[in-house]
Design a binder for this molecule. Structure first.
Ligand SMILES: [Zn+2]
Length: 245
């Protein structure tokens, strides 16, 4: 396993244990180190990793898949277990198109705002709900990017890499959406990045938000081509073994 993957998994947990393991113990230093390592790895390899959270979205996900297929690009989808029932065919298609799947819990519990056992149960429930498609140690994306010492330890026990991001597309920001060109600009300036996007079907502003996600995706794919960035999955960036399933 690569050093980067080890950082992503361990997240400096050992050092944090000195602070005690308890409810809502944040893991800020570990998170910062993991994000710094991601930034460095992206810049070194001129890597662009497109990640889509909170899906599957029966309407939006297939549209995203269409854009990625045209560009022959592979992305990583961090699914919510609660959205899989009824959308099995969409998840099958994500995998069938050659993309990577990861877990984003079952119910999107914020680890910093709940008890450790509830947060850990939500992680376990997510892996269980998605077990048809993912392994117990498939990559994990924490809801809201929030981790605690107990959740990091639980993920480490699984051997599941914790995958943060370096560029936020702000597609879930409250109020007006930003200029989509800002996201590609940020990636260009950094010489690559792990971009956070969301492919669930929104309850409000659905069309406007979906259009934004697709526009940002298109612009990132174009920027990668123009700037010579390599589009890869989270697992490829972290040097994880290819899934055997
Ligand atoms: Zn999320």
């Amino acid at each position: 396993m690569s050093t980067l993957a080890s950082i992503a998994i361990a997240g400096g947990v050992g050092a944090l244990l000195a602070a005690g393991v308890g409810a809502q113990v944040g893991a800020g230093p570990a998170k910062r180190r993991a994000i710094d390592a991601l930034r460095a790895a992206c810049a070194a390899r001129r890597a662009l990793v497109l990640t889509y959270d909170d899906g599957p979205g029966p309407t939006l996900t297939p549209l995203v898949l269409g854009r990625l297929a045209v560009a022959h690009a592979r992305a990583t989808f961090f699914l919510l277990g609660m959205r899989a029932p009824g959308a099995e065919a969409v998840v099958d298609r994500i995998l069938g198109d050659g993309h990577e799947l990861g877990c984003h819990t079952k119910q999107h519990v914020n680890a910093m705002r709940s008890s450790p056992w509830r947060a850990i149960r939500d992680i376990d429930d997510g892996y269980r709900a998605l077990s048809r498609w993912i392994s117990p140690n498939s990559p994990f994306r924490p809801p809201y990017g929030k981790v605690t010492v107990p959740t990091l330890l639980a993920l480490r026990r699984r051997g599941a890499p914790v995958c943060f991001w370096t560029v936020d597309s702000r597609d879930t920001a409250r109020g007006a959406l930003p200029d989509p060109a800002c996201v590609a600009d940020e990636v260009r300036r950094a010489g690559g990045g792990v971009v956070l996007l969301h492919d669930f079907d929104r309850a409000s502003d659905a069309q406007e938000r979906a259009k934004y996600v697709l526009t940002v995706t298109d612009q990132l794919l174009l920027a990668a081509e123009r700037e010579g960035l390599q589009i890869m999955t989270m697992g490829q960036l972290l040097g994880l073994p290819a899934p055997s399933a």
